[in-house]
Design a protein around this ligand. Structure first.
Ligand code: INI
Length: 160
């Protein structure tokens, strides 16, 4: 995807609805936790910067990106949240495992968006190597967690 010249962390607060009355869920995969913690920090800081209250942001951890769908589904069905952010990092290895985990995570999040009225934001990095993931989780290309937080606010307030 074309992030080469894009900083994922740039947003104009004047264009973002205030998040003070919104509740957010963040589901974080433990795999590649150096990366997913960076994404989480980016998302959390952007939500707070846009007015969300810390006590209205719920975090759950799941083992890997494959488990994000179940984690988000359970959060939506048991907690009061206006949007959920699914955070993961999949890094290509020598086998096809990468493709199956990426595909399952993307399809699972897409399915939840079709099935429920709570938007689920796809904040899963799918990189060829660790450096690409570092660059997008608080490095030279910014932080995709920040971008996901802005998307969560916009989707939670869609249609007024
Ligand atoms: N999960 C990830 O989130 N990132 C990875 O890079 C990864 N790799 O490389 O294997 C990964 N695998 C675990 C997977 O998400 C599940 O937790 C596991 O298959 C159990 O269901």
């Amino acid at each position: 995807m074309a992030t080469a010249n894009k900083n994922l962390s740039v947003y104009n607060k004047a264009d973002i609805p205030n998040a003070k009355d919104l509740r957010f869920g963040i589901v974080v995969a433990e795999w590649n936790d150096q990366i997913t913690e960076g994404l989480y920090t980016g998302a959390l800081e952007a939500l707070l910067d846009c007015g969300a209250k810390e006590e209205h942001i719920l975090r759950w951890d799941v083992p890997g990106s494959f488990e994000l769908t179940f984690g988000c589904k359970k959060m939506i069905s048991t907690q009061k949240v206006d949007a959920v952010i699914a955070i993961g990092s999949v890094i290509r290895g020598e086998t096809q495992h990468f493709d199956f985990v990426c595909s399952a995570a993307a399809q699972g999040v897409k399915d939840l968006n079709v099935q429920t009225d709570v938007p689920v934001i796809f904040c899963v990095l799918t990189d060829n190597n660790l450096q690409q993931a570092i660059d997008r989780s608080g490095g030279k290309h910014g932080n995709k967690g920040t971008e996901a937080a802005i998307a969560a606010i916009k989707m939670a307030t869609l249609g007024g």
